[in-house]
Ligand binder design. Structure first.
Ligand code: XMP
Length: 513
């Protein structure tokens, strides 16, 4: 993606850098993350429209504090420093950073001076999100102070518009700074960056890149999982090379209600892809019969998946040289910017065997998840697919405690569909990270229509999370829980009790197995 104006984000601490890159892209300019020790010569070669110096966890005063090549600030490239980046600019250009006795964390009152370029049009007073111990106390020559925090001692924002250099102590990239996006807008305007990073341009360029990689004749294989990444990747490749793409969908019978049909509808009917659907439901049930241990279930599902996929690939796409992979930009960043050559197990349940020799096509490798969704929408994929929650490779196999049988799968699927539908109807589906039903092995006594019942409970699990590493149980209103419970018990024969899991992660995990 080099035809665009690019903003390079110099990374002093990965969490912040990714959020900054996303905000810049939301403002319509392509942005990439590079290590903070990139040289001025490398930056000059990339000829970015601007650079941003990110925040980071260190103090500029500690001996191994990450610094930049000072020549970067002489390149005449518009620069925005954020938090630590603000201090790096001050320190490198002759200002002064001091340890203060008034560290600021969290929501902080910020007062803007009149006549600023970076903060033009923003309120005189606003709340910003701070997180720092050190502070800039003297601005470098040529810089004007454009904002201070309430006590007036600390320089919370400064700029030198003639050199197009700007910096803020607070975090404009986080949602806790309500006016934050306007900082990026103003900075990109001052930098004169062209705002052409849109979903439709991403589609056009990805299609060109795929054609350039694959050429005029080669055949390409793609495994569809039912998830958003593989679907969007496949739709892009399909747009680029039409029916030279063969998609293989292994229906292992462990997807949620309607998901297998949705894959068929989207790819078999809507797109003119060669879609090979393998109905492997019986095979998975046979292989899983009597297995109750969670890790054993995972192993079996992973193993069977590989076998079935491999058989289908050999039978239907034996000549394929390329394999589509839904690797995203954060995967690349986390693997240290290397090429993501290994196939990540979470994309294909258990990973694919080494002897399937393919060159990878990774059309999403420069995209964040929200951009993948925007591209999916642009390509006309159904919204249920585009907005699908993260879903474990072993599927409902790890949401059924104990034996996996066709009957128990049907029971769980029916209850699970009601959970999802009611959360969606309540407008809660997008703020919830994952929500689903779990079927345990116990039974309990109930009474329905004067009859004693001895049925199964289901457990509702719904969590909020940023990245699945930690999670909190979602505060679903009681009336929504009540509607779910009522519908599940009335509409799903065999279920007579509904419980809500109020465990966070840690100490719980998101899934039950
Ligand atoms: P836990 O249950 O460990 O889950 O809190 C964290 C995230 O990972 C998903 N998950 C899996 N994904 N294969 C997968 O591809 C698995 O075996 C697996 N187990 C859990 C889970 O849905 C959550 O998003």
């Amino acid at each position: 993606m080099t035809t665009h104006d690019t903003v390079l984000v110099l990374d002093f601490g990965a969490q912040y850098a990714q959020v900054i890159a996303r905000r810049v892209r939301e403002a319509g300019v392509y942005s990439e993350i590079v290590p903070h020790d990139i040289s001025a010569a490398e930056i000059a070669e990339r000829a970015p429209a601007a650079v941003v110096l990110s925040g980071g966890p260190k103090s500029v005063h500690v001996p191994d504090a990450p610094m930049i090549d000072p020549a970067i600030l002489d390149l005449d490239v518009p620069t925005l420093g954020i938090c630590y980046g603000h201090q790096v600019i001050a320190q490198t250009m002759g200002g002064r950073v001091a340890r203060t006795d008034a560290p600021e964390f969290g929501r902080t009152e910020f007062v803007t001076e009149d006549g600023s370029t970076l903060l033009a049009g923003q309120p005189d007073q606003q709340i910003v999100w701070m997180s720092h111990n050190d502070a800039v106390v003297v601005a470098p020559d040529g810089f004007r102070v454009i904002g201070r925090t309430a006590d007036g001692q600390q320089i919370a924002a400064m700029e030198d518009p003639t050199r197009r250099m700007f910096s803020v102590q607070y975090h404009p990239e986080v949602t806790h700074t309500p006016e934050g996006q306007r900082v990026f807008d103003a900075f990109l305007a001052a930098a004169g960056a062209t705002r052409d990073w849109t979903a439709s341009n991403v589609v056009t360029e990805s299609v060109e890149a795929i054609r350039a990689q694959v050429g005029e004749t080669a055949e390409v294989l793609c495994g569809l999982s039912g998830g958003v990444d593989s679907a969007v990747a496949a739709a892009l490749v399909n747009k680029a090379i039409g029916d030279r793409l063969t998609c293989v969908f292994v229906d292992h019978g462990l997807l949620r209600q309607g998901e297998a049909e949705q894959v068929q509808l989207a790819f078999g009917d809507h797109f003119d892809t060669k879609l090979v659907t393998v109905d492997a439901r019986e095979r998975f049930l046979d292989a899983l019969a009597g297995v109750t241990e969670p890790e054993e279930k995972r192993r079996i599902i992973g193993r069977e998946f590989i076998r079935v996929f491999e058989e289908a690939a050999r039978a239907h796409a034996g000549d394929a040289k390329y394999l589509v992979q839904g690797t995203l930009y954060p995967d690349l960043i986390e693997s240290g910017h290397g090429t993501a050559a290994t196939i990540k197990s979470h994309h294909n349940v258990g990973g694919l065997p080494d002897d399937l020799q393919f060159e990878l096509v990774e059309p999403l490798r420069w995209l964040f998840k929200d951009e993948v969704r925007a591209v999916g929408t642009e390509l006309g994929l159904p919204s249920a697919m585009v907005w699908r929650q993260p879903f474990p490779g072993p599927g409902l196999g790890v949401r059924i405690i104990g034996d996996i049988t066709a009957e128990r799968l049907d029971l769980l699927r029916a209850a699970d569909a009601i959970v999802l539908a009611e959360l969606k109807a309540a407008g809660l589906d997008r703020e919830i990270w994952q929500s689903f039903a779990v079927l345990p092995t116990i039974r309990s006594v109930g009474v329905q229509g004067d009859e004693r019942t001895y049925g199964h409970p289901i457990i509702i699990r719904a969590v909020t999370s940023e990245d699945a590493m930690t999670a909190d149980f979602a505060r679903i209103p009681y009336d929504v829980l009540e509607r779910i419970a009522g519908r599940v018990i009335n509409e799903v024969p065999g279920i007579n009790r509904v419980a809500y899991d109020v465990t966070s992660k840690p100490p719980g995990t998101i899934e039950w197995e």
